[in-house]
Design a protein around this ligand. Structure first.
Ligand code: SF4
Ligand SMILES: [Zn+2]
Ligand SMILES: [Zn+2]
Length: 302
């Protein structure tokens, strides 16, 4: 197959577009799309300090690489990385090696925090309690540290590697669970900044997972590629399969879902805007919309 633009050998054929592209044109387009997302949603502004949540996986490595490529030379913008060691032996220790290596290569400050330091236990220790569901603890604890530490490090933006597939899976899951609060927090730049919450940005939000992987491989970005041993078959797993089947059968489905969601999101946010308030957890002092924050509640259960 030949590149639609230059006739050189193609590296990808996009079914949803009906065109094939070579490495140069595919990479250029992907970067342009991400730049357009950043511009349209004002994800990054003058004076920002961008903290990239870096797990060492492909999407977070790509986010860091591109934030550096786009903003690394700007004197008014600062980019740094934050990794979290949940304490999953044989998995996270390996991905952190990749994260550290990439930061060294790009000459980007790297900050590492761990569940052990923050909560006194690693994930492996938490899971000795057979009742504990791995991803519930891991996800809640990780989001807590990401927000707290990025804020303490002075970040004005917390960039995550969510791609198109992640985002539309979340749209479906929140619909299936009837979780309006979470649903309206989705978006390239989720809801207005609330005190003590660092504004999250998702520059890869319109890029399909297959393309983030291809870009990383074609552009020599080393990443950690293995499945967490604690990953369970979850609703996300089924939704992912369903959406991939739909995309295969009806190319363009994934883009239609996100475009439609973006159309109704402002109305959704407006309607539900004042229905939830953010206060402070009486135990740890972090922001929460609950009487006791989820982290403190989970820690009490341990
Ligand atoms: S799969 Fe679950 S336990 Fe593993 S890193 Fe992800 S959230 Fe944590
Ligand atoms: Zn080309
Ligand atoms: Zn708390």
């Amino acid at each position: 197959m030949k590149c639609y633009s230059c006739g050189n050998p193609a590296v990808i054929y996009r079914k949803y577009e009906g065109r094939a592209w070579c490495k140069k044109h595919f990479s250029r387009q992907l970067e342009s799309k991400i730049k357009a997302t950043i511009k349209k949603d004002k994800l990054v502004e003058k004076g920002d300090k961008i903290c990239v949540a870096l797990s060492g996986g492909k999407d977070s490595c790509l986010t860091l690489y591109l934030m550096d490529k786009f903003f690394g030379k700007r004197p008014d913008i600062n980019v740094f990385a934050l990794s979290i060691d949940e304490g999953i032996k044989g998995y996270r220790d390996e991905s952190i090696k990749k994260a550290r290596k990439l930061c060294k290569k790009l000459n980007i400050p790297f900050h590492l925090y761990s569940f052990k330091e923050e909560f006194g236990k690693t994930m492996d220790e938490i899971l000795k309690n057979k009742e504990a569901r791995a991803c519930t603890y891991c996800g809640v604890f990780r989001r807590y540290i990401l927000n707290k530490k990025s804020r303490e490090l002075g970040a004005t933006r917390l960039a995550t590697g969510h791609n198109l597939d992640d985002e539309i899976q979340s749209i479906f899951i929140n619909n299936l669970k009837g979780d309006t609060n979470r649903l309206m927090r989705l978006g390239a730049k989720p809801v207005a900044v609330k005190k003590d919450f660092v504004n999250r940005i998702k520059p890869l939000r319109y890029i399909p997972e297959k393309e983030t992987t291809l870009y990383a491989m074609l552009n020599g970005i080393e990443f950690h590629d293995s499945r967490c041993p604690n990953a369970e078959d979850s609703v996300r797993f089924d939704v992912r399969k369903f959406l991939n089947d739909m995309e295969e059968k009806y190319p363009g489905t994934k883009h239609i879902i996100i475009c439609h969601f973006d159309t109704i999101l402002p109305a959704l946010r407006k309607y539900f805007a004042d229905k939830g308030s953010v206060g402070v957890c009486p135990k740890c002092g972090e922001p929460t919309s609950r009487a006791l924050c989820k982290v403190c509640e989970l820690l009490e259960n341990l």
